[in-house]
Design a protein around this ligand. Sequence first.
Ligand code: SF4
Ligand code: FE
Length: 484
Amino acid sequence: MMNGTQYLESLKRRSPRIFYRGKRLANPYDHPALAPHVRTAAVTYDLAANGKHDDIMTATSALDGTKISRFTHLFWSVDDLIRKIAMLRLIGRETGTCFQRCVGVDGINAIWSVTYEIDRAKGTGYHKRFREFLLRLQREDLMSAGAMTDPKGDRSLPPWQQADPDLYVRIVERRSDGIVIRGSKTHITGAANSHEILVMPTLGLPPEGADYAVTCAVPIDAPGVTVVFGRQTNDERKEEEGRFDCGTPFGIVGGESTLIFEDVFVPDERVFMAGEGEFAGALVERFSAWHRANYGGCKGGNADVLLGATALLAEIHGTIKNAVVRDKLTEIVHLVETNYAGAVGSSALARQLPAGNWLVDPLLANTVKQNVTRFVYQVARLTHDIAGGILSTLPSDADFRSGEIGGLLEKYFAGKQGFSTGDKRKLIRYIEGMTSVATLVEALHGAGSPQAQRIVMLRQADLPEKARQAKKVIGIKDGDPKDK
Ligand code: SF4
Ligand code: FE
């Protein structure tokens, strides 16, 4: 396994084509826009390598018996799934933000299970290929980004009827030794600082959409791959590294990128689905279920930091003993632990898939994510309520450092005796950053937009069965209405 420093060095040995604000970055991993996100992902390596959390950060590979990071592990049991949620809460608490690496672990589990089933139904050899790829991922402790969401163009039309057929990633050529893919994937968490990109379809596909049913692994610096790193609110503050106005040395959400594939050749050994559209839906649903359950863990860890910061700020404001403030803090606890309970519960009720790994309960997993789309906003509102208007009006760090007015600002922004104005400003900037629009939108649309969960929830809830049960309990009999 690598530690954080080795992870950074391993990234620097690659030369991906990364653009940010109109320019190709020569040293992307040192650039202030990316560096905080790289630092955050590096925590996933440090916590696994330092031996202090072995029980949740590491696992034993079922493929070769070696000790590996849990981020490259298949979920072989309920225990594995619960430990994953505990790991996400731990890292969420250590970083206070999205650490990006979970998309890859959910991706490898989805691909593991679906390649097994494709091979069994069609006599293909995808699963063995994937096993080889996964062994390398485990041995080299690589970070993989899960690339599922396509730009989608006109959403009323399927991929193959779009005016531009490239609006969903597709196979444009089949060669004797591999395939050529073209298209784009958007909002891809941690992509710029991953070693590998796991390309997966975004929806189930009928036979006419077979070219869009493609799952494969592409190195981040493969010829033809371009990464465009996204913008965020307040991102120019990252240029002031180490200054108070940054809010946090870590990233704010997952450093999402748009990926562009311009006729990228993928050799056979990296292709895990090429046309079997009838299996694409299962891949999407399983990946989504695992990833949606995660949010009860990682967002819980993030909220632990946010709750702590808000309570500290209330102490500096002198309001911490106020019953109304305490009640609002209690409400944050309630919202966070409700989601954590759902994440653990969906793991506890997992079932084994034919390939041997275990899938979380989809109804509970989707309910967790649905709650996150609301609760993260509610938590943010409560922190804003307690912190006060100063969250959006605090003068800049440069003003506090000004020889002319800094002393005046120190005087007038003082809080309770015994606390520095600097600490107060740090807390305000952290809460501001971690409840910014980037964080809220990630909670709403990350791992699928609210409606995507509701579709699964209603299907999984099995209304006909519930109606039958209602009839039984109430005493309603089927048959001629006149008989009743
Ligand atoms: Fe992991 Fe959470 Fe970030 Fe998703 S949002 S990648 S689960 S930390
Ligand atoms: Fe996410």
